[in-house]
Design a protein around this ligand. Structure first.
Ligand code: FCB
Length: 450
């Protein structure tokens, strides 16, 4: 049996808008995802997060599921519009009280709380003022981070500032497939810059509030050229610069990658004017850990006609595919984890896999059991891949399965199920799947028993 370092963190992850529901309770303000999901045509089937998994009311039941599963950590996100309905000003106490109760419930179950400050549900009021395209949003985020740090910092094990800055930039601002639905292409660069600035300001604010451990959960993908042509190799380098380096070099090297800057500058030189003196130093605030969300490599072809930065993303052939159509590529995770060490060397903080999982649209059989063997094999392979990275010298300290529950999968609505626990969205009945039982057995053998 593969041995993991002592104290290895085994968790599951979720995000506020994907599970909480109760969008009008406890004084919560509207978020960009409420607006987006309620706009016809944006989300498959017209689904919204209005109710989602009703976790807001059922969190005790959900924590009990985590405890029985044997997790020693849980990654959740805090809905900014619950704490600051308008994205600014004094804390909304009922909103905070929900996370207070959640954190206390987790601690009572011996589960470390890991909190993400921003998992895409920006207060709508801030979007009305420009969203992440506006520099002010980074300062609002700093203020919000301080307030969370002050109130929850004594009990939260690890804070992640933002979730997947690249995906939010790409799908939310460049391609318009996610909230806020803007289609700016690379003209969306300010949304990247201000998220990274917001990250740096939030790290500082959290530390001022006395928080011990701070990181970020970024999305990473090794980039695989789909052909041997020089043009495909060039395209792969461009994607690597935009997907991976643009969002992590500033944090760990204090600079933007030259290739990404070239690409943005050739789109419009004025875009770089948002970078003010001192910004990169703020972004490079030292981190205690780096969260790695990994699903699959980018498989890249050059295509000058493509509206997406002259590149075309293809599907890796001859693989197993999830219900989403994503290929199963565990070795890409090993490559990502070891690659981070190779690129950032000594400045690479300890790594945590903060998301890893697959959608399989498995439903309960007649006997009520959910036989999701595909998911079991998936996690086995991805956990093995983490182990290989560790044996090759990467300092990986944890693995969070995405996700604890089937939930609202953004533009896909409820059509993609990622959970270890099945959720019947009509009745809110939770049914642990076979993968939950498998993970339970696995954790019995792999967690420290002190
Ligand atoms: C990631 C998101 C997460 C979930 C998974 C499937 O990009 O961070 O919320 O949607 O993908």
């Amino acid at each position: 049996m593969a041995q993991f370092p002592s104290g290895f963190v085994w968790g599951a992850a979720t995000a506020s808008y994907q599970i909480e529901g109760a969008v009008q309770e406890g004084g919560r303000g509207a978020s960009i995802w409420d607006t987006f999901a309620h706009t016809p045509g944006r989300v498959k089937g017209g689904d919204t997060g209005d109710v989602a998994c009703d976790h807001y009311h059922r969190f005790r039941e959900d924590v009990a599921l985590m405890r029985d599963l044997g997790l020693n950590a849980y990654r959740f996100s805090i809905a900014w519009p619950r704490l600051q309905p308008d994205g600014r000003g004094r804390v909304n106490e009922p909103g905070l009280a929900f996370y207070d109760r959640l954190v206390d419930e987790l601690l009572a179950a011996d589960i470390q709380p890991w909190a993400t400050l921003f998992h895409w549900d920006l207060p709508q009021a801030l979007e009305d003022a420009g969203g992440w395209l506006s520099r002010d949003t980074a300062h609002r985020f700093e203020e919000y981070a301080f307030l969370v740090g002050e109130r929850l910092g004594d009990r939260v094990t690890g804070f992640m500032t933002l979730n997947e800055t690249y995906i939010h930039f790409l799908l939310g601002y460049a391609l318009g497939l996610h909230a806020p639905g803007r289609t700016l292409g690379l003209h969306a660069f300010p949304a990247a810059h201000h998220q990274l600035l917001g990250h740096g300001l939030a790290v500082r604010a959290l530390r001022e509030a006395g928080v011990r451990s701070v990181g970020i959960a970024n999305n990473f993908a090794p980039v695989w050229p789909a052909g041997e042509r020089d043009a495909d190799l060039d395209a792969a380098n461009r994607v690597d610069a935009l997907h991976n380096h643009l969002f992590t070099d500033p944090l760990l090297r204090g600079e933007y990658p030259a290739l990404a800057l070239d690409i943005i500058q050739s789109t419009d030189p004025a875009l770089l004017d948002v970078i003010l003196p001192g910004d990169l130093a703020v972004m490079a605030a030292p981190l205690d850990f780096l969260g790695v969300n990994y699903y699959q490599p980018d498989y890249v072809k050059d295509n000058p006609a493509s509206p997406t930065f002259g590149i075309e993303l293809g599907t890796i052939p001859d693989r197993e595919y999830t219900a989403f159509g994503w290929p199963v590529v565990p070795e890409g995770l090993t490559q990502t984890l070891t690659g981070l060490k190779a690129r950032y060397g000594e400045t690479c903080p300890p790594l945590y896999v903060t998301e890893s999982g697959c959608s399989v649209n498995d439903m309960p059989d007649r006997d009520g059991r959910v036989r999701d063997d595909f998911r079991i094999r998936y996690h086995e392979a991805y956990i093995d891949a983490v182990h290989s990275a560790i044996t090759q010298g990467a300092e990986v300290r944890g693995y969070f399965a995405w996700s604890l529950l089937d939930n609202f999968e953004w533009a896909e609505g409820y059509s993609q199920r990622f959970g270890l626990v099945h959720v019947d969205f009509e009745t809110q009945v939770r049914t642990p799947k076979d993968s939950y039982r498998w993970f339970q057995d696995f954790l019995r053998d792999h967690t420290d028993s002190d």
